[in-house]
Design a binder for this molecule. Structure first.
Ligand code: BT5
Length: 273
């Protein structure tokens, strides 16, 4: 049976165990973009740990002005406000820890193995990859946006969209390589349970970050593309090479055939063979 009902403020508050981090949850049946709502709240002085959750977005965003599509009441659409004591160059650590927390939560709740794809995707490996075809499917995406106060990071909003109970027949309308938990495991998952598990994992990992641990080793260990021949599309053009490693700030180190090691801080990668 598919979950078709919307969430509610009460249901979400009941599912979250009392914690020090999650001080305020804002549930909206429908909104433009949860990231925009969270950024607006940040500008009004909302505390770290404010969480915005929606059942539907009318203007969901990916990176670089791309759209994020999600059929109403089938996905996890949520944004978290952080006020981290980090230099701006380390903001990607928040993307890393939230991606890891989401991957952990999906694995725990749905028993589905999840990988990460640099820099901001949660992916599932396809069961029967065709030669030359991309052998992963996108389950979720993360969008981190920051606000600066001079040279300092004033806030960071990490938004995540996870395709939870999207029926397989609807997936092609989202993106050619989209997948959902329902499509992968054949059963729906309670979104509020996934949300609560995700937030508890975020809190644990954020505590570790605040204690000085970088999530970068765990993140690198989950990256599906490391060691693989890839094509990277960057603002400077397309580069083909081997995705050698990532550094502590989340940049991808790409070795091209001419022997140059490129450090990429943003872009998209696809497997090139
Ligand atoms: C992302 O961007 O993957 C970041 C997505 C973040 C979405 C969340 S939802 C809550 C919060 N509020 C927002 O407004 N945004 C965040 P990017 O790597 O640029 O990928 C965007 C691309 O993914 C699109 O161009 C499509 O090709 C594809 N896409 C769109 N919707 C998808 C979906 N539901 N599942 C899989 N792929 C999708």
């Amino acid at each position: 049976m598919q979950e078709t009902n919307g969430l509610s403020q009460k249901q979400i508050e009941e599912a979250l165990r009392p914690t020090t981090l999650w001080r305020r949850v804002v549930y909206l049946p429908t909104t433009g973009s949860t990231n925009n709502v969270a950024k607006g709240l940040a500008a009004q002085g909302a505390p770290e740990g404010t969480v915005v959750v929606a059942d539907e977005q009318t203007a969901g965003r990916g990176r670089m002005g791309r759209r994020w599509l999600a059929p109403p009441a089938t996905c996890l659409l949520c944004s978290i406000l952080f006020r981290p004591d980090l230099p701006p160059t380390q903001a990607q650590r928040l993307t890393m820890l939230c991606s890891l927390a989401a991957a952990d939560a999906v694995e725990e709740i749905a028993e589905l193995q999840v990988w990460l794809k640099w820099p901001n995707d949660l992916v599932v490996k396809a069961q029967s990859p065709k030669p030359k075809a991309q052998n992963w499917r996108k389950l979720a995406g993360v969008l981190t946006e920051t606000g600066m106060m001079g040279e300092r990071l004033e806030f960071a909003v990490v938004g995540i969209g996870v395709n939870v109970n999207v029926p397989p027949e609807t997936l092609p309308t989202l993106a050619p390589n989209a997948t959902s938990i329902l499509a992968e495991v054949g059963r729906p998952v309670e979104r509020v349970t996934l949300l609560a598990t995700f937030l508890s994992r975020v809190e644990r990992r954020y505590e570790a970050l605040r204690a000085g641990d970088s999530p970068h080793q765990d993140w690198a260990a989950r990256l599906a593309t490391l060691g693989q021949p890839v094509q990277a599309t960057t603002s400077e053009g397309v580069l083909t090479g081997v995705a050698e490693s990532v550094d502590e700030d989340g940049a991808l180190l790409l070795h091209t055939q001419d022997g140059t090691l490129h450090r990429l801080v943003a872009g998209d990668v696809t497997l090139s063979s």
